[in-house]
Design a protein around this ligand. Structure first.
Ligand code: NAD
Length: 479
């Protein structure tokens, strides 16, 4: 484990991890399980300290949210890997072509070596430790680069992992964007980046110099499409949960809602009541998470003011505390009704407790609205699982989809998780995560005979018949 700042130290850690990996060879199932158990135990042992660190970084982070959205995800994710690892690691038999039938073909999933993991600030524990667990399960070593915006959580991760792992197994590199830039230029065997689309581009560019394969877990504007007549209590509770958990600072939070025009007033009333029900003690209660820093608070206030200045209806729900120091970090849940397309909050990912609501007349129009924008990381549909739902799913392309729920697809460990287009590439979680950090090595074992081997006398005739048979089967249609 190390606390490296400069590129020399990082290169040194990488080279020590790689040497250890090459010297020890691919770890057995039991060693991988032991590493996962070590990680699990370390997280549980330091659970309270980790929660305190995250809360101190945010100003206030609801402890329930840290438990549910970070610690439970990590432990559940590790347990999933422990339960499935034997199956994931199993050699896979593959079909052998007729002409080579006496041989055998199989795929072996081999660890890649050293995996780099870069993480953002919004879920500083789960977005470092779930990728780490995946890397360890796939038999790799790992170097992590957490965010500088959560310095206490990053330091706590460093300390917890230093206690549990040798530096040549797992290392944490601390630092800001400059360190991030150097980190992303290291010749890893694989790099998983979670963060903004803007930085993701730079990371991919840097990785391409060394042809390092990347998974990019990026952001974007995830829509929630509410079918006509479905702005009901169940829908709105789910939307409020998705939008206000971590005060909307969630990559898969519903960014904006598409609501049928006849349901708009019901939607507003239900949303307002539900927010009040969710936070009965007001917004300065410990259950309402604060905005990560003043810069982001000002960015979000700027988005709301821009909408206001355009004459758009803005509804703030709940009273922010009077104390300016606290107020600077608590942003009230806000609805913005029918902002125009040029409004800043319809141009960029919101990443805060502000929900623009756009009305639509036909479902086709709602689908068109989604398709006219970059492909989202998640899409939510509220309504019956009918033809409308099928249409929305078939005609839009996004990362995961939640039907009648928000966020919960992330907790389904057996589902792949990842974006598409501007919201990312590649996926982790599920077998997809294990495979993305493994080399799928195809092996063909020669049998007693095969087609090329028969070409020579005395079996040449048989081989020629075999070739004629193979080609005959795929003869092109005559003109
Ligand atoms: P960010 O891109 O600013 O930072 C992510 C990481 O990159 C940090 O560790 C940072 O230090 C590093 N970094 C910053 N500048 C860099 C540079 N020039 N070169 C290399 N590394 C650099 O993202 P953020 O603000 O921490 O996180 C918010 C974004 O992350 C949002 O867009 C959100 O949607 C996205 N996100 C995506 C997922 C997902 O799973 N798809 C999850 C959480 C957050």
């Amino acid at each position: 484990m190390t606390l490296a700042q400069g590129s020399t130290e990082m290169v040194d850690v990488l080279s020590r991890q790689r040497s250890a990996f090459l010297q020890d060879g691919p770890p057995s199932l039991s060693l991988r399980e032991a590493r996962l158990q070590r990680l699990r135990a370390a997280v549980l042992r330091h659970r309270e300290a980790l929660k305190d660190a995250v809360s101190a970084d945010f100003g206030n982070r609801s402890r329930h949210e840290t438990d549910l959205m970070e610690l439970a995800c990590i432990i559940q994710g590790i347990d999933y890997l422990l339960r499935n690892l034997r199956r994931f690691m199993k050699r896979e038999r593959r079909h052998v072509q007729f002409a080579y039938r006496s041989g055998r073909a199989y795929v072996e999933y081999q660890p890649l070596g050293v995996v780099g993991v870069m993480a953002p600030w919004n879920y500083p524990l789960s977005l470092t430790l779930v990728p780490l667990a995946t890397a360890l399960a796939a038999g790799n070593r790992a170097m992590l680069k957490p965010s500088e915006l959560t310095p206490r959580a990053s330091q706590a991760l460093h300390d917890v992992l230093a206690e549990a792992f040798a530096e040549d197994e797992v290392a944490v590199i601390l630092g800001g964007p400059e360190v991030g830039a150097e980190f992303s230029a290291l010749p890893f065997d694989y790099l998983l980046f979670t963060g903004s689309t803007q930085v993701g581009r730079k990371v991919m560019r840097a990785a391409s110099d060394n042809l390092v394969p990347v998974t990019l877990e990026l952001g974007g504007k995830s829509p929630a499409v509410i079918a006509r007549g479905h702005a009901n209590d169940r829908t709105i509770r789910s939307l409020v949960f998705g939008k206000l958990s971590n005060a909307g600072q969630t990559c898969v939070a519903p960014d904006y809602a598409l609501v049928h025009e006849s349901d708009l007033q019901t939607f507003i009333d239900q949303y307002t009541n539900t927010v009040r029900r969710f936070y009965p003690n007001g917004l300065d209660s410990s259950d309402y998470t604060t905005i990560i820093n003043t810069r982001h608070y000002q960015r979000l206030s700027g988005l709301i003011n821009d909408a206001r200045n355009r004459g758009t209806q803005v509804l703030e729900i709940g009273q922010c505390p009077d104390d300016v120091a606290v107020r600077e970090r608590i942003l009230a849940p806000t609805l913005v009704i029918n902002p125009d397309d040029e409004a800043l909050l319809m141009q960029e990912e919101i990443f805060g407790p502000v929900l623009p609501v756009r009305t639509y007349t036909t479902l086709d129009e709602a689908i068109g609205y989604v398709n006219a924008r970059p492909r989202p990381l998640a899409l939510y549909y509220f309504g019956n699982e009918d033809q409308g739902c099928a249409q929305v799913l078939a005609r839009t392309t996004s990362g995961n989809v939640g039907i009648n729920n928000t966020l919960l697809h992330v907790a389904q460990d057996d589902l792949p998780f990842g974006g598409v287009g501007a919201s990312g590439m590649g996926a982790y979680h599920g077998v997809e995560g294990f495979r993305s950090m493994s080399q799928a090595k195809g092996v063909f074992v020669q049998g007693r005979w095969n087609l090329p081997g028969l070409l020579h006398a005395p079996f040449g005739k048989i081989a020629e018949l075999g070739i004629a048979f193979t080609l005959g089967k795929s003869r092109a249609p005559s003109p």
